[in-house]
Design a protein around this ligand. Structure first.
Ligand SMILES: [Zn+2]
Ligand SMILES: [Zn+2]
Length: 220
């Protein structure tokens, strides 16, 4: 009869070395790269396993790729804190876990009051073998027809509801922030009069607008 392999134990949690932070399956973590000058790797912990004597803790992770780690590279619309949930799994020593992080949905990320160093967001899944994304199409905005980068301020036209980068409509970010109302070039001629006549009734609408503007404001 074959000798039984030493039993491995599945752990419910792991405490990061040198800290009191507890990691559980489903949590996102930052892992030390072999090259310490590089940014930490971002991963989601799938399971935690220890050797028979509770030593040699290993984590099964699903990697998040940063845009520069993807085949297509970083694009203009990728946010500074954007990561892609890949189909690439790995087993890593728990010793390489540097800390905990949070990978938010795109929607929740744009609603954060402040983006901390541990906050990331994910709106794409990424196939590491082919470099393809899910979804493979995404809404585009502005004259430049780009997807929304949450790091860049955009303002919304009250006429057509499209969003614009101030730079694409010859405006500075400072001026765009001061705007009470905005109509794009195409809509402005038709709507100028309407705004003047009904500025009182539009007040509540304008509050909603500035809140939205707030959520799209550049955060660093
Ligand atoms: Zn633009
Ligand atoms: Zn418009």
């Amino acid at each position: 009869m074959a000798k039984p392999r030493p039993a491995k134990r599945t752990l419910d949690s792991y405490t990061i070395k040198g800290s009191n932070k507890i990691i559980k399956p489903g949590d996102c973590v930052l892992m030390r790269p072999p090259d310490s000058s590089k940014l930490p790797y971002v991963a989601r912990v799938e399971s935690i396993e220890a050797g028979a004597r509770g030593s040699n803790v290993k984590v099964r992770v699903r990697w998040y790729y940063r845009p520069e780690e993807s085949i297509g590279g970083r694009r203009q619309f990728h946010g500074a804190k954007e990561v892609f949930l890949s189909d690439h799994y790995d087993i890593q020593s728990a010793d390489t876990i540097e800390g905990k992080c949070f990978v938010h949905s795109f929607k929740n990320y744009t609603k954060l009051d402040a983006v901390g160093s541990d906050d990331y967001f994910c709106r794409f899944e990424y196939k590491s073998a082919t470099g393809s994304f899910i979804p493979d199409r995404i809404a585009v905005f502005c004259k430049c027809e780009m997807p929304y980068n949450p790091d860049d301020l955009m303002i919304q036209c009250e006429g057509c509801s499209d969003w614009y980068h101030p730079a694409c409509i010859d405006m500075t970010v400072e001026d765009a922030k001061k705007l009470e109302h905005f109509f794009c070039q195409g809509c402005s001629s038709q709507n100028e009069k309407k705004t003047e006549n009904s500025s009182a009734s539009r007040e509540s609408e304008s509050k909603v607008e500035s809140k939205r503007l707030e959520s799209k404001r550049r955060r660093r």
